[in-house]
Design a protein around this ligand. Sequence first.
Ligand SMILES: *Cc1c(COP(=O)(O)O)cnc(C)c1O
Length: 365
Amino acid sequence: MSDIVKVMAPPAFVRAGVRAMHGYTPGEQPAPGTRVVKLNTNENPYPASPKVVEAIRAVDAETLRRYPHPLAQKFREAAASVLKLASPDMVICGNGSDDVLTIVTRTFVPPGGSIASPEPTYSLYPVLAQLEEAKHVGVPWEKNWALPIDALLATNADAIYLANPNAPTGTTVPLGAIEELAKSFGKLVLVDEAYADFAGETALALVDKHPNVVISRTLSKGYSLAGLRFGYAVAQTEVVDEMMKVKDSYNCDAISIIAATAAIEDQEYAQQGWKRVNEERERVSEELSRLGFDVIPSKANFVLAGVPGGDGKAYYLGLKHQGILVRYFDKPGLRDKLRITIGTMSENDAMLGGMKQLLEKQKAA
Ligand SMILES: *Cc1c(COP(=O)(O)O)cnc(C)c1O
């Protein structure tokens, strides 16, 4: 037998900052084949374009033998064309937009520095800050989820991260407010547009005028490719050049570059999907409101809804018992709410049916 003693505490030779932090908690991923209605991680309910699967099938051994293009040039060119950018050099690609966010943090946030965001927002931002030995400062949203510009400026942070549409609320702030923030702040303003495809709103127009604006995007949500891991950021060329120094040399694999390129080139297919998701979101929002839920108007592929009676966890567990997964956040301001991803029509009907059952039980009790 080995005489190595198992310790419960984190090993002392681990960086103190890492020992002290909690990692990011992703939504549950049930084993493949498990029969659940999965509305907890904002995946797109429709499959990716058939052209994506075709492109992956066509990958040959020679492509795999070689290193991929270090900058994912084919994708940069396709994205520049679709987004009508002045140059492909304004695009940097990543292994999911979480990788892009890591690159952004390492490029702009010094150790000991800070990132500010309106709160609640994407719970990865504090984790990214901690990994840089930096702080995350949350500033409460203003009434009706308006951008708290003055309070964000008052933090004097090194960077402001703004998810637009925001997660987990699904709300958006107008372009004018983001521009005002970018002008007054001067330092990095990251606009995380993971859900912008559904909203049909983007801050891309700000990039030309404001060198401190970086937009991050992902193919996980709008292009149904969460399993592929591909994201990108758009910024002025000089800014992208700095971020290039920070990323891993080959951060996107050959298959993902080919598949992501095929996906973004098939705009017609993707846009049809966004339209269907948006129509279902409106229907689900109306139905939930009719049942007594307090639904925050969303422009993303999910809704945040206050539950009748205010016990979000009870509804989360009640649905889970019925094989329906939604997201519950055990955090101040969110414990009376659930974040529900928009699924296919039949998945949404199953979720609504589950809610009705729970409401009837509550009434009978
Ligand atoms: C899903 C999500 C991302 C990251 O998506 P990737 O799968 O890593 O591309 C980034 N920001 C927000 C707000 C998200 O919800």
